[in-house]
Design a binder for this molecule. Structure first.
Ligand SMILES: Cc1cc2nc3c(=O)[nH]c(=O)nc-3n(C[C@H](O)[C@H](O)[C@H](O)COP(=O)(O)O)c2cc1C
Length: 325
């Protein structure tokens, strides 16, 4: 399947694996790229630019296909060493970067000069248009369904994607709630040129996370996620657990007086405990509503191959039937 996204990134299938904290290590990125998609290493999970450089080198040993790095621009006061991370990406010969969070404008000239294609993840049409105007090559349009940070507008993909298609000239992928061939065909129908998946890729053999995380995703239904941190305008969709229930209780009781310090125990530094140790109630961790559509733990190649097979069957058989006169 050829789209502007497969052409842009030099990949076989229009499927991207979104950057995920403590999930997007070289093993997963390489598996996705080897299966014909675009795998993404999560930059900030590597504590220093030197460690990111090593992770990029490790990924390169596992695949000769294109892969990317996610750089999330956080609204924190003490900023990570972004210039160092950018240098590691450029020196590592990476050809794709997924940016997210704050405006990536400042970093675009250096990345473009190195021949790197930039896809910015946005949760609104307004931010997508901004990304286009500053020179991003593509956007990943992340609907309200998504795991992680859906923004504050709460527009689901059935509205957001066709709105993005009306507004944008650069290509975009659908992100949030994507799981299989049906998702891909729907995304294409709504104007996207591919899809980005997060939660679905965690429940794969190669995802280097504790088995408990994969089991929790398979066990979860579409009713099991919650939105947290809305009072801080840093909304995150997470899987419900004891820590999340506690967090929501605090949000209710403290109301507008809530500060980050009140919930620090539930959100700060919890990812290694969950993803590495499998301590599933250690804190709030991102998970999409799409968990309701996930019922197995295939290899990445099985997942991508069956997604493409299913998409082609839907287009050639089910949809073609409706078009026949
Ligand atoms: C556990 C987890 C961690 C994530 N961490 C990040 C991150 O560090 N940076 C980022 O830009 N997006 C992050 N995301 C968002 C994903 O890249 C992707 O946009 C999202 O998962 C898409 O929605 P889906 O889960 O419904 O597929 C994370 C998502 C999950 C599930």
């Amino acid at each position: 399947m050829k789209t502007r996204i497969t052409e842009l990134f030099g990949i076989e299938h229009p499927i991207i694996q979104g950057g995920m904290h403590y999930v997007g290590f070289a093993e997963l990125a390489a598996a996705v790229s080897n299966a014909g998609g675009l795998g993404i290493i999560t930059g900030l999970t590597q504590r220093t630019p030197e460690l990111l450089a090593k992770e990029i080198a490790r990924c390169r040993e596992m695949t000769d296909k294109p892969f990317g790095v996610n750089l999330t621009f956080l609204p924190t006061v003490t900023s990570p060493d972004y210039p160092g991370y950018i240098r590691a990406i450029i020196d590592g010969g990476v050809k794709a970067v997924e940016t997210a969070g704050n405006n990536p404008q400042k970093w675009l000239p250096a990345l473009h000069e190195a021949g790197i294609k930039v896809i910015h993840k946005c949760t609104s049409v307004r931010h997508s248009l901004k990304a286009e105007s500053i020179g991003c090559d593509a956007v990943s349009v992340d609907g309200f369904e998504c795991g992680g940070h859906p923004g504050e507008d709460d527009v689901p993909n059935f509205i957001l994607l066709p709105r993005a298609a009306e507004a944008l000239k650069i290509p975009f992928v659908a992100s949030g709630g994507m799981a299989d061939g049906r998702s891909l065909v729907a995304a294409l129908a709504l104007g996207a040129e591919g899809m980005n998946m997060g939660t679905r890729f965690i429940a794969t053999q190669e995802a280097p996370v504790h088995e408990n995380v994969k089991k929790a995703i398979v066990a979860a239904t579409e009713l099991d996620t919650r939105l947290v941190m809305r009072p801080l305008r840093n909304t995150e969709r997470v899987l419900r657990n004891d820590a999340v229930d506690r967090l929501i209780e605090k949000e209710k009781s403290l109301g507008a007086a809530l500060t980050f310090n009140d919930i620090i125990e539930e959100v700060a530094g919890v990812y290694p405990k969950i993803m590495k140790e499998g301590a599933m109630d250690a804190g709030a961790w991102s998970c999409g509503m799409v968990a309701g559509l996930i019922s197995d733990v295939p290899t990445v190649k099985e997942l991508i191959d069956r997604t493409m097979r299913e998409a082609e069957t839907i287009i050639n058989e089910r949809l073609a039937r409706f078009a026949a006169r």
